[in-house]
Design a protein around this ligand. Sequence first.
Ligand SMILES: *[C@@H]1O[C@H](CO)[C@@H](O)[C@H](O)[C@H]1NC(C)=O
Length: 167
Amino acid sequence: MHSFGYRANGVLTFSIMLLAVICTLASLSDYLNSISPTASVKILNVNRFGKKSTGDDEVAVTLDISADLQSLFTWNTKQVFVFLAAEYSTPKNSLNQVSLWDGILPAKEDAKFSIRTKNKYRFIDQGSNLRGRDFNLTLHWHVMPKTGKMFADKLVLPGFRLPESYR
Ligand SMILES: *[C@@H]1O[C@H](CO)[C@@H](O)[C@H](O)[C@H]1NC(C)=O
């Protein structure tokens, strides 16, 4: 009755169950891991600020981005995608979000960084709303695990303001 094939099948089923349990525990341990990312961003310079021929405002800046996202990494982390967005409200939209820069952090060693960069993506408003505009810079991250669900969060760095006039 208990032929070799039958037993082998039982072992396989058990192994698969064990694997499923390990995967579940792996993704659970991510939730338990306390995360405390830090970031600071400075606008070193406003390089250009004006109105395009379409009438839309565009600003070009040099940014200093420092962050320590190492606590996002566990043994279950495949990589982390980060992006920095300018977020502001206008009379028409309560939230405008413009991505200015992004990057992929393949490993924990890469997750503590400090870079100076021009905005990688164009900062254009759908209108003429940027002069004297208050805005937040928000660092968003998406953690891609080896197993389990992806999760995302962000850090808001408030209190930025664009110049009152074009330059
Ligand atoms: C900017 O950040 C402040 C403080 O976190 C928040 O109250 C405000 O709603 C944010 N503004 C936008 C446009 O998201």
